[in-house]
Write a protein that binds this ligand. Structure first.
Ligand code: KG4
Ligand code: ZN
Length: 340
């Protein structure tokens, strides 16, 4: 009888921003994915780094214990610990990184430092009942901190073709939402409001950015100026038009993203397109990407749970690195601006 091979169990730890996550994978299959969201930032209108580090410190042990419990394995079964080494907030990264090092040392197992942006992309490879992109493909990674078009030639072979020169796409949503007086993070609320608004009611100028790069800071400024100008004529303008403002803003952001993505696809001849990062939860962007599949593109959109920050994506990246024999030094440090 053929001997069953024991799976490689990887613990993934994510703490780059304001979500504390732990996940357990058996090879490329997900057994548990726990995320503790930090509500504390809501009342401050954005992530407060100092408060984020403290909350990570409170959450990290319960989150890891919950993941192991849900996966029904013990610490002794783990083959390696993968953690987010960067990019991210320095204080937040330090909490997850220090915890991962301590646990890996205590268990005598390898430590694997993971790039958070690569992990967002590799979330597509968590094995489930859905198609997985073949190589090469282009990935549009859109989050609160980053906006990138990446050429992916292998699990850990990635090239950034373009990225934002200032604000990220998620930041553009969140900052515009803040101007509208909406709580943080405003992206999902703008998405909600946009459902019943007219996307062509207001027109915002498209930014100029070289090549496949992006720029979103001008959009926030023209959004603010439009509201200020109109409020001089009608103090109730914002309240009366919030749906149309949200829909027009979303339409503009999605158009900017899709135009650059298509330009990158034309230039590389790659028609396989994937979406990742927190903003891929946006319904307008999902619709636009899905629409491309009727125009000869092969498109891949991850399930909601893998769009926003999570540790499952760190675990799958760790699994790929583990297979390749990649191990981190215990002396390595977290890097707020970790390159690919
Ligand atoms: O990837 P993520 O969870 O964290 C970062 O690494 O930044 O992304 C969070 C970002 C926030 O800016 C949030 O407003 C945005 O994703 N976001 C959305 C939606 N859901 C989350 N933006 C627009 N529409 C949404 N439905
Ligand atoms: Zn992220």
């Amino acid at each position: 009888m053929e001997k069953m091979q024991r799976p490689v169990y990887i613990l993934g730890i994510e703490s780059s921003c304001d979500d504390t996550g732990a996940a357990v994978l058996a090879d490329d299959k997900l057994l548990a994915n726990i995320v503790a969201n930090q509500e504390i930032h809501r009342k401050w209108g954005g992530v407060v780094p100092e408060l984020a580090s403290r909350a990570h410190q409170q959450n990290i042990i319960p989150v890891v214990e919950a993941a192991l419990h849900e996966a029904k394995i013990s610490k002794a079964d783990l083959a390696a610990i993968a953690y987010t080494r960067g990019p991210g907030l320095p204080g937040s990264l330090l909490v997850g990184g220090s915890f991962a090092k301590g646990m890996a040392t205590a268990l005598g197992i390898p430590l694997i430092g993971v790039n958070h942006m690569q992990a967002h992309i590799l979330a597509h490879f968590i094995r489930e009942d859905r198609p997985i992109p073949e190589f090469p493909f282009l990935c549009l990674t859109v989050s609160g901190g980053h906006t990138q078009i990446v050429r992916v030639d292998g699990p850990l072979v990635m090239t950034i073709l373009g990225e934002t020169q200032d604000d990220a796409a998620g930041e553009a949503f969140d900052k515009a939402a803040k101007i509208m007086g909406l709580p943080y993070p405003g992206g999902p609320i703008v998405d909600q409001l946009a459902q019943t608004g007219d996307p062509h009611r207001f027109v915002f100028p498209e930014p100029k950015a070289e090549g496949f790069n992006f720029s979103f800071s001008g959009l926030k400024t023209s959004f603010l100026y439009l509201i200020k100008k109109e409020e001089k004529l009608d103090p109730e303008f914002l309240m009366k038009h919030k749906e149309d403002l949200a829909a027009s803003l979303q339409f503009t952001i999605v158009k900017i993203l899709i135009n650059k993505l298509l330009a990158a696809s034309n230039a590389t001849g790659i028609k396989r397109i994937a979406l990742s990062g927190g903003v891929s939860a946006n319904s307008g962007l999902r619709r636009a990407i899905e629409g491309l599949s009727t125009e000869g593109y092969e498109t891949f959109i991850p399930p909601f749970a893998y769009c926003t920050d999570n540790a499952a994506m760190i675990g799958i990246t760790g699994w790929f690195a583990y297979q390749k024999g990649i191990r981190s030094e215990i002396t390595e440090s977290s890097q707020a601006r970790l390159p690919f």
